[in-house]
Every structure is written in structure tokens, then in C-alpha cells.
Design a protein around this ligand. Structure first.
Ligand code: CA2
Length: 146
């Protein structure tokens, strides 16, 4: 069974430690544990980086050996054509995931490049939404969706 890549972008290593009114108090380590539990037998590569280059390299890794991608690209969502180009090359399902509802926020958070290639977008479910994202990616894999 090939792994699901769960990739997290800049500043998400601070999850649970700032702006709890928007992002809650769950830490990224707790999110990882939640995802591993939800994934069951399915192997997962759960990662976070503040570097755009690293995030793109991990998408390439997923292209070579991953079954699905769940990505919270954080600020790179709204800035990175390079990330969009990398994700476009992935053949399996991609879930763009945001803890907060980006559409309820300032207009700078409304235009996502990643959405142009994502299979689906999940936003506003809070940190526990990652668990639902793991369930959703299994559904998309089973239905052979891209
Ligand atoms: O809601 C999300 O998951 C976001 O992708 C988080 C990003 C933000 O740029 C997106 O618009 C929405 C990152 C927010 C800044 O990083 C923080 C991390 C932990 C706690 C507070 C902020």
C-alpha cells in the first residue's frame, strides 16, 4: 500500500501556540497522532516545513511514490505558482486543507493557486478536520478521483 502524504506549510509548526481564536489549541504533533489513528493500516508521510523548496521536493516525492496528497500549504496557497506546477504533475487525488475558512477572512486569503489543481478543498473544520481529510482521501482513492 502506497503512503498518503500530509504536507504542511509555513508557520504551522506553531499550531496551538498562537491565534487560538482562529486556529484552536491543538498542536501539530496532536494533529499527526490524529491522522495516524484515522489512517489505520495506511502508511502516512506527515511533514511540515517553512521552506517552499522543501514543500515542492516533497510533492515530487509523492509523485514518485504516493497514493494521495493532503496539503495545507498555508501562505504558499496564495503565492506559489511553483507549488501549483508541482501539484499539477501528481496523478492521484489532492485535498487542499485549511484549518480556518479562508473565504470568511480578508480578501488576500481568497485567491488560492492550489485550488486550480486540487481535487477538493476543505476549509473551516478546525484542526480535527484533518481526521476527516484522511477519511476523504481514502474515498477519493477508492473512487479513482483526480
Ligand atoms: O487555515 C489554515 O489552515 C491556513 O492555511 C493557515 C495559514 C494561513 O496563511 C492560511 O490563510 C490559512 C497559516 C497561518 C499562520 O500560521 C499559524 C500557525 C499556527 C497558529 C497560528 C498561525
Amino acid at each position: 500500500m502506497k503512503p498518503i502524504f500530509i504536507l504542511n506549510g509555513p508557520n504551522l509548526n506553531r499550531l496551538g501556540k498562537r491565534e487560538p481564536e482562529i486556529y484552536g489549541t491543538t498542536t501539530l504533533a496532536e494533529v499527526e497522532a490524529m491522522c495516524r489513528e484515522a489512517a489505520g493500516e495506511r502508511p502516512i508521510e506527515f511533514r511540515q516545513t517553512n521552506s517552499e523548496e522543501k514543500l515542492i521536493d516533497w510533492v515530487h516525492e509523492a509523485i514518485d511514490g504516493g497514493e494521495g496528497i493532503i496539503i495545507n500549504p498555508a501562505a504558499f496557497t496564495f503565492t506559489s505558482l511553483a507549488l501549483l506546477d508541482a501539484l499539477k504533475m501528481f496523478k492521484g487525488p489532492i485535498i487542499e486543507f485549511h484549518i480556518s475558512n479562508i473565504h470568511r477572512r480578508e480578501s488576500i486569503y481568497h485567491r488560492s493557486y492550489v485550488s486550480m489543481t486540487a481535487t477538493t478543498v476543505m476549509a473551516g473544520l478546525g484542526a480535527s478536520g484533518y481526521r476527516l481529510a484522511v477519511q476523504a482521501i481514502e474515498l477519493l482513492i477508492a473512487e479513482d478521483k483526480r
